[in-house]
Design a protein around this ligand. Structure first.
Ligand SMILES: [Zn+2]
Ligand SMILES: [Zn+2]
Length: 82
């Protein structure tokens, strides 16, 4: 299975924001989106891994978490999938 670790924008309450945003970062539709308050890296590459990073104020920091977690998988022994 392909490893999928993504960086997601989140709202103030921690829910994932998939709303469209303007280039300024502000939500295009404030009625449906409270605005992005941070970024979280999350792993969905394995059913055994539900890792989620801490909420970061900047996308680059969440990306660092994502890379660190990818390294974690790279170092771990191959899981038995039999
Ligand atoms: Zn949103
Ligand atoms: Zn993982």
């Amino acid at each position: 299975m392909r490893l999928a670790i993504t960086t997601q924008a989140v709202h103030a309450d921690g829910s994932v924001c998939t709303h469209p945003t303007a280039p300024t970062g502000k939500p295009r539709d404030p009625a449906t989106c409270t605005g992005r308050r941070g970024y979280v890296a999350a792993c969905s590459g394995s059913p055994d891994c539900t890792w989620t990073g801490e909420r970061r104020g900047m996308r680059t920091l969440a990306d660092d978490d994502r890379k660190a977690h990818r390294d974690h998988h790279a170092q771990a022994p191959a899981p038995a999938t039999a």
